[in-house]
Design a protein around this ligand. Structure first.
Ligand code: 0RA
Length: 640
């Protein structure tokens, strides 16, 4: 291509920096970093192949598994003296960071983008490196230790007609956690390079195993695609592979695509930019996906193969799709933590338009393949719809089953999520009716209590179980009781007692709390039990309405209002019971999480002992109620 001379090499930096912070240059000092050294050297040879100067690379892993020789049949690293320094270009290339003939602009499309400049990094991180170059009929050699030349460039006086570069290196154990190479890893990586560079021959001699493998794939990524499909044991749904190769001299971009649909339920797309895997995809992959969707969709639309009632998504179209994207471009921008994603916006539209046009044409000229692809897409659309329908019916069956085991009087909420569910246990059918109308049906359930609630202190367990009201509560809560309680199964995380503010109401509340204390203690301990505070008075003054919980609060409000306006007319209404309240009023004052007041029931161990509970249950109901409520604390309602 060019008349290269030593002056083209840009000298930037010394190598001490590399040894000080190897992670900055090769990612880390573990196994991946160690193998990165090898890829740097191999990719220099691949660059020569990409640019048409080489077609064979020999990689030898030596017997100890800790040193490697890489040899290519490219032009050979230049050896002519660098004009400024008067040292051989080879020495400059191997001892100077960011040097290399391939560094300036778009002159070369390199296999790794940065490669051709990595040899000095490898040199810096190797205890020993020997470079041998065949060029201009001669053979030259120079040796280095930890990046420092330990010999001059010498002419070995070996005449040769071939050209090429051979680099032996042994990674530095002072730098790497381990310097043991992994044959399998090398084998796999080398084979991928021969897929991505059609016709490139790589011979791997593994002296640790005494084995030699040769890779060459004249089919390039089409062969790679076949390999991936075979590996996944998923038969293709059409025999023809779709592939495009866009490789013109004018364009600075080279693009290869191969794809085929399979029976697999997964999608498998491998993409590479300049030989670097883009595991997280990026703009090129997005352009590819857009194109596949558009092309297949438009074929299916023109051929009217989508039946009524079936909707086809982009995911349906790509189910079972295997694809390889191999792109070479001059200024790739990588993004993300691991730089595994291509970010150049132009790549998206470039890949999209190329693939769309070519794939549409393929579909229109390969009717049996298109039919098979169309059928495959419909199959996944139907399967997706069927599984969605199955999940839906499973959900509704679960609902139905749940309904059968729940008490008939329970008005359940629609949400199945206990964390947002609330159960109001309401005294009497008329209050229950108001609560049912005023509630939020999604999260609030209502269970009216009608008959007698047994005193859990006095009744036997079997008697309790036979008590309709308590067994309704137990069923609604769904967590069992007594020794068999499973608090994790509680169906509502807020269980709220809603009773009239009179002695009957207090009595029922007390009986309920006694039951919870004796048979569902974990619910109290976990803070699931609450008492609602419905107002006892409604005060209307002018256009405003106030609610008072009790006599004291009523007086306080009246006083406050009179202070600001001594002649104000206040209309006071006392509720005889919750049943009297309009559903809307009940909602605003007692049910709505944003406006209501709730008391969380807690047990104060100091005052409430086994004896006091037992003792209390023998005395006057209102005394007991007050006692328990004094031990209840204001709930901080997090819903507000
Ligand atoms: C700089 C300039 C030229 C080739 C190379 C480097 C080169 C480097 C490596 C590393 C491993 N194998 C390599 N092969 C070549 C161009 C030389 C020319 O124009 O003749």
């Amino acid at each position: 291509m060019s008349s290269y001379s030593g002056s083209d090499i840009i000298v930037l930096e010394g190598l001490e920096a590399v040894r000080k912070r190897p992670g900055m240059y090769i990612g880390g000092t573990g196994k991946p970093g160690l193998h990165h050294l090898l890829w740097e050297i191999v990719d220099n040879g691949v660059d020569e192949a990409v640019n048409g100067y080489a077609d064979c690379i020999n990689v030898t892993l030596h017997k100890d598994g800790k040193s490697i020789t890489v040899q290519d049949n490219g032009r050979g690293i230049p050896v002519d003296p660098h004009p400024k320094k008067n040292i051989p270009a080879l020495e400059v290339i191997l001892t100077t960071l960011h040097s290399g003939g391939k560094f300036e602009g778009d002159q070369y499309i390199t296999s790794g983008g940065l490669h051709g400049v990595g040899a000095s990094v490898v040199n810096a991180l190797s205890v020993e490196l020997v470079a041998r170059v065949q060029r201009d009929g001669s053979t030259y050699e120079q040796r280095f230790e930890r990046g420092i030349p330990v010999s001059q460039l010498i002419d070995l006086e070996k005449r040769t007609r071939s050209t090429g570069t051979q680099i032996y290196f042994a990674p530095d154990p002072e730098i790497f956690e381990s310097t043991q190479f992994d044959s399998k890893r090398i084998l796999e990586e080398l084979e991928i390079k021969t897929y991505l560079n059609r016709g490139l021959r790589i011979i791997f001699r593994d002296e640790t195993q005494g084995e030699t493998v040769e890779f060459v794939h004249d089919g390039g990524i089409v062969d790679y695609l076949g390999h991936l499909i075979e590996e996944n044991k998923t038969p293709p749904v059409h025999p023809e592979v779709f592939s495009i190769i866009q490789d013109t001299l004018e364009s600075s971009v080279r693009l290869e695509i191969a794809l085929q649909w399979t029976e697999s339920t997964k999608e498998c797309i491998k993409s590479y930019v300049n030989g670097i895997p883009t595991c997280d995809g990026g703009t090129h992959e997005q352009g590819f996906k857009d194109a596949v969707r558009t092309a297949v969709r438009s074929w299916m639309d023109t051929h009217k193969v989508i039946p009524r009632g079936v909707d086809v998504t982009s995911d349906d179209i790509r189910e079972g799709l295997f694809g390889v994207i191999n792109m070479f471009m001059s200024d790739p921008q990588f993004q993300g933590q691991t730089k595994d994603k291509l970010n150049n916006p132009s790549a998206r539209s470039y890949v999209n338009s190329l693939v769309r046009v070519a794939l549409e044409q393929f579909l229109n000229t390969h009717p049996s393949a298109s039919d098979a692809i169309g059928a495959r897409v419909l199959q996944s659309a139907r399967a997706r719809q069927a599984s969605r329908a199955a999940a839906k019916s499973a959900r509704s069956k679960a609902r139905q089953k749940r309904r059968l085991t729940l008490p008939g009087k329970l008005a359940d909420c629609s949400s199945m999520d206990p964390a947002e569910g609330e159960l109001f246990i309401v005294e009497g059918d008329s209050a229950g009716g108001s609560a049912k109308q005023g509630r939020d049906r999604k999260t609030q359930a209502v269970l009216p209590l009608r008959g007698k609630v047994l005193n859990a202190e006095q009744a036997t367990a079997s008697k309790l179980r036979n008590n309709t009201e308590l067994s309704n509560v137990t069923q609604a809560l769904g967590c069992g009781m007594g020794a068999n309680i499973e608090p994790d199964k509680l169906r509502y995380h807020k269980v709220i007692l809603l009773m009239d503010a009179d002695s009957d109401g207090h009595h029922i509340a007390t009986l309920m709390l006694t039951f919870f204390y004796r048979y569902m203690r974990p619910l109290i301990d976990r803070g699931h039990i609450f008492v609602a505070e419905p107002p006892l008075y409604r005060l209307d003054a002018g256009k405003k309405t106030y609610w008072a919980l009790d006599e004291a609060e009523k007086s306080e409000i009246e006083e406050r209002l009179r202070k600001s306006n001594s002649r104000i007319k206040i209309d006071v209404q006392r509720f005889k019971g919750l049943g009297e309240m309009m559903p809307q009023t009940l909602k605003e004052t007692t049910l709505d999480p944003a406006k209501r007041r709730l008391l969380k029931v807690t047990i104060n161990e100091k005052t409430l002992t086994e004896n006091t509970i037992a003792g209390l249950m023998g005395r006057d109901a209102s005394v007991r109620y007050r006692f328990i409520m004094e031990n209840a604390q204001m709930a901080e309602d997090l819903d507000v």
